[in-house]
Write a new protein. Structure first.
Ligand code: SAM
Length: 260
């Protein structure tokens, strides 16, 4: 039931497509989505390291409309993207078709990946696992399909961040419900129903089977948003501690056989 609601949410508005002023599926539409994404999240390439995956097998879990998947393919990775939302998958296929680029693109569930064990050099997932009802199951699946020595790069939402504070002020304090928990507010009001956000300790625990694992917090424009598409200038961000950021980035390696 819960997963159906998540699917319906992303089917109704695939990720990153809101307020894009071009006909859906056109080259201009895809270009505008790409520009907006990397303008708001320029740090993605630092973590995804698209260029490093030439000829390697990359799995993107929750590829949305395929913007990052396309970067992996441009870097000549052997990339596969999956998403729960049929509309997102169909839009991604369209993006690849019009660019005559090739990737495996399919509807699938992160909690039940349709791949063999130890198949991928990189499992990449940006802003996805906190939307699925059982993220722990998805992490087990990611572990299973990553080859020993293979890497993961995952972005999850951070509970003790400025975005979470904004949500608390709006849906807790100023709604005369000051005792609502952050978990409840995020679950009800942040994108698809049931969204979760994690502490660093929880994220470390969740990915503890990967060794080594590195966790970083990134302060995002969303932490500095004061209206729909309006953000405080970048220099303001320099005055705010990075640890109050909305994104937790987890990078890790699946141990070589026998080292677990
Ligand atoms: C915030 S969007 C992120 C999409 C893309 N990674 C990006 O950064 O643009 C979340 C995506 O996760 C997908 N998703 C949620 N639960 C999923 C699951 N169990 N399996 C696969 N995809 C899932 C949604 O359909 C949606 O496309």
């Amino acid at each position: 039931m819960e997963k159906e609601k998540v699917k319906a949410f992303w089917d109704s508005q695939p990720c990153g497509t809101r307020d894009i002023p071009h006909p859906e599926g056109s080259v201009a539409w895809f270009d505008a989505i790409t520009r907006k994404r990397y303008k708001l999240e320029p740090f993605i390439s630092k973590y995804a390291r698209f260029d490093q995956w030439y000829d390697k097998k990359v799995l993107e879990i929750g590829c949305g409309v395929g913007t990052d998947l396309f970067q992996f393919v441009k870097a000549e990775a052997k990339a596969v993207g999956i998403d729960l939302s049929p509309r997102s998958v169909s839009v991604t296929k369209q993006r690849f078709q019009i660019s005559r680029a090739e990737a495996g693109i399919l509807i699938a569930d992160a909690e039940n990946l349709p791949f063999k064990d130890n198949e991928f050099d990189l499992a990449y997932s940006w802003g996805v696992l906190h939307h699925t009802p059982n993220p722990e199951k998805a992490v087990q699946e990611i572990y299973r399909v990553t080859r020993p020595g293979g890497q993961i790069c995952v972005m999850l939402y951070h509970r003790y961040s400025l975005v979470a504070l904004q949500l608390y002020l709006r849906f807790g304090l100023f709604s005369f419900k000051p005792f609502r928990s952050l978990k409840e507010i995020i679950s009800l009001h942040q994108e698809s129903p049931g969204t979760k956000a994690y502490t660093i300790t929880e994220a470390r625990q969740m990915f503890s089977m990967f060794k080594p694992v590195e966790i970083e917090i990134v302060l995002t424009p969303y932490d500095l948003r004061y209206w729909r598409d309006r953000y405080l200038p970048r220099w303001v961000g320099k005055l705010v501690p990075e640890y109050l950021g909305w994104f937790i980035i987890i990078q890790g390696q699946k141990p070589q056989e026998g080292l677990r």
